[in-house]
Write a protein that binds this ligand. Structure first.
Ligand code: GDP
Ligand code: CA
Length: 329
């Protein structure tokens, strides 16, 4: 089975653990030749350059999570991390001081930056980094596909202390704690970007397409904004099923509740489903999973209620199975 998942960082990565568990179990039940594939189209809109290093937060979160190198409590960055380089940079007064670069993590960014400077595209750099982490499981191959090899960076038009400013998404999110009121999210460079190698092909060859419970505005939004991706989703032979990131009428973590209102989207499972819209009209969804305490009435979209809290590997796998079942119709 070929499963394509659109994902951001922490929410996407955790959901992917469930998808991989389901396919691994299915492969184990099948004959010895049974092989599955997960292709993850990952948001690169959060990417930034810090202290000369190219950092791809969502790619790294997915890679470290599936590679079992993640700090599970923080949700991002490396386990058993130390912060001496960060302390030394601070002692020099180097800016920006708000972006956390751990010592282990820095090695990833050094290799990435060196390869990019040598002319390799991000997709090839990502494949090279993933070699080390072995993201697959028995009977299941996992491939990370950056949404684009070109730079696309999410910027935020917002009011900071009464002054209208444009800042990188990470600055708004981390340095300003998502507090400055947002006028607009702008995906700088997206109009001239093209989908990364394999992105469109994965969608046209998929048996199932899943939207992870990632931030609809700044994680899934940039992927859908890359020219050609939305059309490829709409034309995919597979059914497209999304998982609500809004549970019990609120975000589980992160700041989607600060992002959705900017687009006029209500912070609810139904609001997000209507924002994505039914594939039967001009949207992208065939199915939508909502938490058991939520409801969603979206004409043209098949809605199912299942527990959507990723509290344990079993709960996450059950969510992924429900999503794959809904893809089968
Ligand atoms: P980020 O790039 O690290 O912000 O991560 P994502 O965009 O992939 O995921 C963030 C979203 O995941 C947030 O909007 C959360 O509401 C959602 N999320 C986190 N944990 C859970 C969970 O257990 N269940 C569901 N349904 N959504 C979750
Ligand atoms: Ca992110």
């Amino acid at each position: 089975m070929r499963v394509v998942v659109l994902a951001g960082g922490v929410g996407g990565a955790r959901f992917l653990l469930g998808v991989r568990d389901v396919l691994r179990d299915d492969a184990a039940q099948g004959d010895s030749t049974s092989r599955h594939q997960i292709q993850v189209i990952v948001n690169t809109g959060d990417d930034l350059t810090v202290h000369g290093l190219r950092v791809c937060p969502d790619l790294d979160t997915v890679m470290y999570t599936l590679g079992d190198g993640i700090d599970t409590e923080r949700g991002w960055g490396r386990r058993e991390e130390s912060w001496q380089a960060k302390e030394e940079l601070a002692a020099y007064g180097a800016q920006p001081s708000w972006f956390g670069l751990g010592d282990r993590d820095i090695a990833t960014h050094l290799i990435r930056t060196r390869m990019l400077d040598a002319g390799f595209p991000l997709s090839e750099v990502t494949a090279a980094l993933c070699e080390r982490w072995q993201l697959g499981a028995s009977g299941t191959r996992v491939q990370l596909l950056p949404m684009s090899d070109q730079r696309v960076e999410t910027h935020v038009v917002c009011q900071i202390e009464g002054v209208r400013r444009v800042v990188h998404f990470q600055a708004w999110w981390i340095a300003h704690h998502a507090q400055p009121p947002v006028e607009e999210f702008v995906f700088v460079g997206v109009d001239d970007a093209s989908p990364g190698p394999g992105v469109l092909e994965s969608l046209s060859a998929a048996d199932a397409v899943l939207l992870a419970p990632s931030n609809p505005v700044v994680s899934i939004g940039p992927i859908l904004a890359v020219p050609g991706v939305r059309a490829a989703l709409r034309e995919s032979p597979a059914r497209v099923v999304g998982v609500s990131p809004i549970v019990d009428g609120a975000v589980v973590r992160g700041m989607a509740d600060k992002c959705l209102p900017t687009l006029g989207v209500p912070v609810s499972a139904e609001g997000v489903a209507r924002h994505y819209g039914p594939r039967k009209s001009v949207g992208i969804l065939d199915g939508w999973l909502v938490h058991e305490t939520d409801t969603a009435d979206v004409p043209g979209v098949e809605v199912r209620m299942v527990p959507l809290l990723m509290r344990s590997p079993e709960a996450t796998a059950a969510m992924a199975r429900a999503a794959l079942d809904l893809c089968r119709g």
